[in-house]
Design a protein around this ligand. Sequence first.
Ligand code: COA
Length: 280
Amino acid sequence: MTLNPGTPESTFRPDLLQGKHALITGGGSGINLGIAQSFAAHGCAVTILGRNLEKAQKAARGIVEAGGKALGVSADVRDFAALEAAVALATAEFGDFDIVLAGAAGNFPAPVDGISPNGFKTVVDIDLLGTYNTIKAASPRLKAPGGNVLSISAYGIPVPMQAHVVAAKAGVDMLTRTLAIEWGLRGIRVNAIIPGPIDGTEGMARLAPDEESRSQVAGSVPLGRMGIPQDIANAALFLVSDAASYLTGVILPVDGGQNMLGGAPQYQTFQAMGFGQKKG
Ligand code: COA
């Protein structure tokens, strides 16, 4: 099976995840789909979970057509019972999980003044509670020893117009580090990735829809470019592989160094895009 079209050949051996099974929430598109495709390209059966069944099944079909093993299932990560039902479907198809990847997230740029209590709650419910729900619902079927939990976090720094997101993701980071301690002796490693600006994702299409904003975003990254989904998938492959077997509780930024500059570059991009401005 080939990797994502247009991405470099893999550094990792093709059978790195042979015989394994990963649950990937939010796997229907973007970064999480890139991870699902890469895991499948390295021998892993993937269950792609999304709110929209059609989208999850389409993503799974693409992987199967490329020679991998995949199943699409639907659940809203805010709904614990729906997650439990999806876990039952996934494990009936491919057996217990070796990897649980909590990637589903919700986001929009808005200043604290411009977001309602329900808007704030919605993002915390999806990003933080949704991550907890995913890990909790899948944990009875996560292999121990040998299991891996991986969450997709964000930023790791304060970012204006993202208070709801950074607050929720700070919770994800502490959940990750705490679970890493609680589950260490079970032989389950628990880590997270903080992606930088990744080209070809829905979020980036919204934030940088034209060439000017794209080059502005690229210019805000010390390495001088936006990332591609394969950059995140490579980090995910490493973190769930035996090469990382002495590594747990790590929150790994994969962002070309952008977080070292603080929240200002991101804020300037949001302002240039007109987010948070009062209309009329
Ligand atoms: N600015 C301010 N508030 C916003 C907003 C925005 N751009 N978009 C949504 N909200 C508020 C809504 O007004 C609503 O609050 P209210 O009831 O007080 O009016 C609240 O958020 C919930 O919105 P709703 O559309 O009902 O929620 P949803 O569950 O259907 O969608 C979101 C969740 C809002 C996170 C939506 O953006 C989403 O589904 N995103 C998924 C995809 C995504 O974000 N991907 C990027 C991941 S990084």
